[in-house]
Design a protein around this ligand. Structure first.
Ligand SMILES: *[C@@H]1O[C@H](CO)[C@@H](O)[C@H](O)[C@H]1NC(C)=O
Length: 226
């Protein structure tokens, strides 16, 4: 590992250790079942400060705050000269919709050190299969705004200085994704309040459902007997 790579890893570890060591626990959040409407600016704010790459945005939906069945929808902003370094999501595919700005999208074929680079702009849809190493960077002169949509953005692995250190051994996987450190507005659990149970233990979302799907055979008319 050469000097620059080591520097990158140390910076990364330092940045990631701040949230991880200072009470870097997953916050316990309340899942809101009734329909609700918020603007993106009211959604959970998430940022990663880093010496070489910074991004911030609004987590419009996450499994952490919205329950296991939720999609994860992230509206991210990358300022000129910043972006997502090479990284991959371990648990699910990701779609990215470019809202505004201009940038580059790189992906690496399996074990290839040279990426394919595409130029991206408003209206482009990018598809990253689960585990696909990819990078998104703002090489324009205004903010690059994206919508990232996935069944599960975390856990992810960032290969900060890929491909300077081929082999991928320098990546890190944050123990807690930034949006898991706190709850989305309105999803916080009061101090005195007991943390909500996980989706599996909690009361059925629609109690009637138990009756509707009790496994009883269909009647002659083809109607389920209630
Ligand atoms: C950004 O990168 C793309 C793809 O390499 C390139 O076509 C475009 O000219 C670049 N934009 C700027 C402003 O350098």
């Amino acid at each position: 590992m050469h000097h620059r790579a080591l520097g990158g890893v140390l910076t990364t570890l330092l940045v990631m250790f701040i949230p991880v060591t200072t009470g870097g626990q997953r916050a316990k959040c309340r899942t809101l079942y009734p329909p609700y409407a918020i603007t993106a600016d009211e959604a959970q704010y998430v940022s990663i400060p880093h010496a070489e790459w910074t991004w911030d945005g609004r987590m419009l939906a996450s499994k952490h705050s919205n329950g296991e069945g939720s999609l994860e929808i992230f509206r991210v902003r990358m300022n000129p000269g910043h972006g997502w370094p090479p990284h991959r999501h371990f648990e699910a595919d990701e779609w990215i919709y470019v809202l505004s700005g201009a940038g580059t999208y790189n992906y690496w074929a399996f074990e290839e050190s040279a990426p394919t680079e595409l130029s991206i702009g408003p209206g482009h849809v990018l598809y990253n299969p689960q585990g696909q190493l990819h990078k998104v960077w703002n090489n324009g002169s205004e903010a690059l705004l994206l919508l990232s949509i996935s069944k599960s953005l975390a856990p992810f692995e960032v290969l900060d200085d890929w491909p300077d250190t081929p082999g991928g051994g320098v990546g890190y996987v944050p123990h807690v994704a930034p949006w898991e450190l706190s709850c989305a507005p309105g999803h916080e659990v009061g101090e005195e309040e007991e943390a909500p149970k996980s989706a599996d233990e909690s009361e059925p979302k629609f109690p009637l459902g138990e009756k509707l799907y009790d496994g009883s055979p269909l009647s002659d008319e083809g109607q389920r007997e209630l």
